[in-house]
Write a protein that binds this ligand. Sequence first.
Ligand SMILES: NC(=O)c1ccc[n+]([C@@H]2O[C@H](COP(=O)([O-])OP(=O)(O)OC[C@H]3O[C@@H](n4cnc5c(N)ncnc54)[C@H](OP(=O)(O)O)[C@@H]3O)[C@@H](O)[C@H]2O)c1
Length: 285
Amino acid sequence: MIVVTGATGHIGGELVRLLSDKGVTLRAVTRDPRRTPPLPGVAWVQADLRDARSLRDVFLGAETMFLLTSNAEDMGTLQRNAIEAAGSAGVAYVVKGSALGASSRSRSPIGRSHHEVETVLQGSGMAWTILRPHVFMQNLLDAAPTIAREGTVRAASGDGKIPFIDARDIAAVAAAVLTTPGHQSRKYVLTGPEALSYGDVARILSEATGRRVEYAAESAEGAEARLVAEGASRWMIESALALAAYQREGGPTAVVSPAVKEILGRPPRSFREFVRDHVSAFRGA
Ligand SMILES: NC(=O)c1ccc[n+]([C@@H]2O[C@H](COP(=O)([O-])OP(=O)(O)OC[C@H]3O[C@@H](n4cnc5c(N)ncnc54)[C@H](OP(=O)(O)O)[C@@H]3O)[C@@H](O)[C@H]2O)c1
C-alpha cells in the first residue's frame, strides 16, 4: 500500500494514474476529494497535512509514502507533519519530491525549505529516495493564457539555458522508484533532454502555434513588480528572483542529467513534444 500526497497536482495527478495502470493499490491524499477521478485501485482520502489529527488513519497499514506539497511557505511544516505521521504509523519508505539545488546555502527559500525536509527525512529512520527536478515545462501552461493573448513569454532568466522537464516524466520516475528495487538512499537530479533559453522557448512556441511569440526578458525589478501585481507571496517572490538569478549565471542550472533515461530506459520528453501535446492551450483555445 502506497500513500500518495500531492495527488491532485501536476506530478501527483499523473503519478496516481500511472500507479493505477500498473495495478498498484494506493491511498491518494487531497483536502477536497469531491473533484477527484475514480481510478482502479485508488482510494481517495481527505486529509490536510496542516492538521496532524486528520493524518491519523491515512498511513494505517501503508508501507510507502510519496511526499509532495505545493510551492508555498508552509511546505516545510506540512511535509514534516507527514513524515512524523508516516513514521509513527510504521511506514518504511518515503520518496520525496524535492527541487534542483536543495541546499541549506540556497539563495532560494524553496531550496532551503526542501533541504530542511530532506534532512528530517534522512534522520527519520525510514528508507528514502529524493527526487530533485529542474523547472517544470508545465509552469509555461500556467502562463499559456498570457502567452496566447500577448504573444510574449516573460522571465528574468536572461539568456540562461534551462533543461526544463515535463512533470509527466517526473511522475513516471516516481512510479518506477516507488515500485522497483534499487533506489533507496539515492538523490536523483531530474531534467529534460536539452537546455533551452527562454528565447528558444519562444521560438519553439512560435513554430508550433503558427503565431509569433517573443521572449520579453525582464529585469529582476520588472519580474518583482509583475509577481507583486499577480499577488505572489514574499516567500515565492524571493524564491523566483533567486532562481532566475541562478539561471542568468548559468553553470549548474544548465546541466542535463541522465537520470530520467537511466531509470525509465527512454529519454525524457522534449519541449517540442510538450508543446505539441498542449498546442491548443498556447493558441488560447
Ligand atoms: N514548478 C516547478 O518548476 C518546480 C521545480 C522543481 C520542484 N518543484 C516542487 O514541486 C512541488 C510542487 O509540485 P506540483 O506542481 O506537482 O504540485 P501542485 O500542482 O502545486 O499540487 C500541490 C499538491 O499538494 C497538495 N497540498 C497542498 N497543500 C496541502 C495540504 N495542506 N494538505 C494536503 N495536501 C496539500 C494539493 O492537494 P489538494 O489541493 O488536492 O489538497 C496538490 O495535490 C513543490 O514542492 C515545488 O517546490 C517545482
